[in-house]
Structure formats: C-alpha cells, structure tokens
Design a protein around this ligand. Structure first.
Ligand code: GRF
Length: 220
C-alpha cells in the first residue's frame, strides 16, 4: 500500500536553493510529498529553471498585471487550488502575503527564515544577526500567520557565529541548515505528525535519530 503523498506548491522569487533541496529530498524518497507547481513572482527566477529541469510545472505570475495585491494573490491561490495543493511552501518568496491569502490557506503555508526567530525578522536576517553581535545564529521553519515571520515555529537549527564572519560566510553556514530543516519540516507535516496548539507546534512521535544531523555541533 502506497503512503499518502502530500501535494506541495512552492512559491519563489529567486535562486531556489531551498526549492532544490526539497526536490532532492523528495526524489531520494526521504519526503513523502510531490511538488505540483512552482510559482514565481519574478520572471527570471533561477528556481523556475530548476523546477523545469525536474519535470515540475513552473509558472511566472506577474504581480504588475493585477490591479491589487489581493487580485494577484487570488490568481496565485487559484493556480494552487486547481492543482489540489495541500501545503504552500514559501522558499525565498520576497512578498508579504496579505490576510486574504493567509486565511484562504490557514495553517497550510510555511516559510523558511534565515534567523532564529523571533530575533531578526524581515529582510537580511543574517546581516541583522551579525550587526547585533550574537554568538549563535540559525534558521527557522514556521507557519505563516498575518504578521511577518511570526507564526508558530516548527523547527530551528543553530550555527555558531565567528569573529571573522561576514554576511556571506554566515549566510552560507546558515543555508546548509536551511536545506536540512525545510525538507524535514515538510516530511513531518506529510506524515501527519505536526499539530498547532496556539503558538506551539507539537511534533508527534519525534525520534532522536531523525534529528541527527539537523542541528550542527556547536563545539569548536
Ligand atoms: C533563504 O535564505 C531563505 O531563508 C530566505 O530567502 C533565501 C532564499 O534562498 N527566505 P533560495 O532562493 O532558497 O536559494
């Protein structure tokens, strides 16, 4: 008997390295999901090429072609629903979704953010962390609610910050763990093991061995 496969829609605006990691984990049989469609708000997003290369439908939806933000989001939502998408994954999608979209896909939109939320929400989380002088940085996968980068947290991974780090070196260290925790979060949701209780996300039957490799050793 085949397991249920969770239908994903991935929204991107650029490079798509998180998209690539999701694709790779699915193709390797590690995540019981299928990407039904990748949608970009930028025509030249490299992630669209990545999708096509793997036989995944890739759409560019031009936000400037719609009179309002909500009209654009309605078009995106319609494309996702047409394909039966059950979980919407924001992967470097550089737009803040309005309450309209968040309500339409309530508790069915997740995002990856390159900081340990609730610290450093918004743009350039890695640079904010460096400028602040924190010694531990990281990344967060969370449900999307109506506030920016503020929904219930599903998984976080921490990385050390070194004195000689710049934005590029720290971003690269964090990105490695983004590529682990995003597919992991999707796997847990696909397996029906994630429950949202207010601000808290409960992971059912969490096994120690599953988490091995998700968090880096912080010893130096
Ligand atoms: C990542 O750092 C992600 O955390 C942030 O935007 C970046 C997207 O990178 N939301 P990519 O397009 O997945 O390579």
């Amino acid at each position: 008997m085949g397991r249920k496969v969770l239908k994903l829609g991935v929204l991107i605006s650029g490079r798509g390295s998180n998209l690539q990691s999701i694709i790779d984990h699915i193709e390797d049989g590690k995540v019981p999901a299928r990407i039904e469609v990748v949608i970009s708000d930028k025509k030249d997003a490299y992630g669209l090429e990545r999708a096509k290369r793997h036989g995944i439908e890739a759409l560019f939806i031009d936000p400037t072609a719609f009179p309002t933000k909500e009209d654009f989001e309605k078009a995106v939502g319609d494309e996702l629903e047409k394909r039966g998408v059950e979980l919407v994954c924001l992967a470097g999608f550089m737009r803040i979704l309005s309450p309209y979209f968040v309500k339409r896909f309530e508790n069915r939109v997740i995002n990856i953010h390159p900081a340990l939320l609730p610290s450093f929400p918004g743009l350039h989380g890695q640079k904010q962390a460096l400028d602040y002088g924190v010694k531990i940085a990281g990344c967060t996968v969370h449900f999307v609610n109506e506030e920016v980068d503020a929904g219930p947290i599903i998984i976080q991974a921490a990385v050390p910050v070194f004195d000689d780090d710049d934005e590029d070196t720290l971003s690269a260290r964090i990105l490695k763990y983004e590529h682990k925790i995003y597919p992991m979060a999707i796997k847990l949701i696909a397996e029906g093991r994630v429950a949202v209780r207010g601000r808290k996300v409960i992971i059912r039957d969490a096994k120690k061995e599953e988490w091995a490799g998700v968090n880096p050793p912080l010893e130096v």
